[in-house]
Design a binder for this molecule. Structure first.
Ligand SMILES: [Zn+2]
Length: 363
């Protein structure tokens, strides 16, 4: 229920008030960092709109969590697992069918979740076609049709088709558009939606939540995760500190190799371990994310604000690196990292672009 949603209480309050007055906009943009709770919130609202035993908490609409609609919609909560199942089901199809099949997550006939479609990880026009084919039929078992786009990476044609739906959506449908950066959405899509932003939470807030959710974590571990999760409670709760420190060790070697030059043996050993394919992509994304976080910490040290460092457990090493990493170098590194990211989207060989990244930054 809504009491499980940590933080951003004003936004939640406003949305629930709109549901109470039957004024929830038909297109809602939920903006916020990865793990801020956008998807969790969208599914909570989907259950509230369709609950068969509508309840109230704090005087505002909530969901029971136990009726047939609530339980079926809740099956979509583990998005990663449902997404992986859908992708696997497609893999098992005949070649010809595979090409025509798009990825969806649907655990209730009236609630359709539309994730970016692999391998490009973009929302494609065929996915919007499914929305158009179904949205104008009244809900079958619920009261409101709900469509949840989990990402704002739309192919151009897809964005344009979605725009047509948003021009005249049926009164019994609500579309949620989740985004880490609402600027990625077409201005015409944004102007037909209402945007709600889930703000980052303070580290102390996250620490409090972690003490409840992960009582088995040591206080130092909790404090570090609370700083590393960028204020996103979902990221904090599922934070894999071991995987993070592994990626960070690689990131440190790559950055140090660029800062110091010379011997490349260690660097090549690492970059070679970044292979193509889905697993390699996730690993590379984690590495890039970690590098950004290190570069940001170096910036904090250079600007005389070491108290803002997130990787607090390696402060000494970061300070040593900052001695040879000035603002110009950090800016160049961030720019080049953005290039590596763009290259990944075009499926360039990861190990090559990581080597080029380090070589290009050598002092
Ligand atoms: Zn219910």
């Amino acid at each position: 229920m809504f009491s499980d949603f940590h933080g951003n209480s004003e936004v939640i309050h406003r949305l629930r008030e709109m549901v109470a007055k039957d004024h929830l906009p038909q297109a809602v943009v939920l903006s916020g960092a990865r793990g801020a709770g956008k998807y969790t919130l969208a599914l909570m609202l989907a259950r509230t709109l369709n609950c068969l035993n509508p309840t109230k908490t704090d005087g505002l609409p909530d969901f029971c969590g136990t009726c047939a609609n609530c339980t079926r919609i809740a099956q979509a909560c583990d998005l990663d697992a449902r997404f992986a199942e859908a992708v696997e089901a497609r893999e098992n199809l005949r070649e010809t069918d595979k090409k025509e099949t798009r990825i969806f997550v649907q655990t209730h006939p009236d609630v359709l979740v539309i994730p970016p479609d692999p391998p490009q990880m973009m929302i494609k026009v065929d996915q919007i076609r499914r929305v158009i084919e179904t949205i104008y039929y009244r809900p079958a078992e619920g009261k409101e049709k709900v469509y949840i786009f989990t990402d704002s990476a739309f192919m151009k044609e897809a964005a344009n088709s979605l725009l047509k739906v948003l021009e005249e959506p049926p009164e019994f449908a609500t579309i949620f558009l989740l985004t880490e950066n609402s600027g990625e959405l077409l201005p015409t899509i944004r102007s037909r939606s209402m945007t709600f932003t889930l703000e980052a939470l303070a580290a102390e807030e996250i620490d409090k939540d972690l003490a409840k959710v992960h009582p088995e974590w040591k206080p130092a571990q909790r404090a570090l995760v609370a700083r590393l999760c960028d204020g996103a409670v979902g990221r904090a709760r599922s934070f894999d500190l071991e995987a993070y420190t592994g990626a960070r060790q690689h990131a440190l070697t790559i950055l140090n190799s660029a800062l110091r030059g010379g011997e490349h043996g260690d660097l090549f050993k690492i970059t070679e371990s970044y292979r193509p394919g889905a697993e390699g992509r996730a690993k590379t994304e984690a590495l890039i994310h970690t590098m950004y976080s290190l570069l940001r910490d170096l910036t904090f040290i250079d600007s005389g604000a070491p108290e803002l460092i997130r990787n607090t457990d390696i402060t000494t090493e970061l300070k040593r690196m900052a001695e040879s990493a000035d603002f110009a170098w950090i800016t160049a590194a961030s720019d080049r990292l953005a290039e590596v990211e763009r290259g990944m989207r075009r499926n360039l060989l990861r190990s090559l672009s990581l080597d080029a990244f380090a070589a290009g930054l050598e002092k």
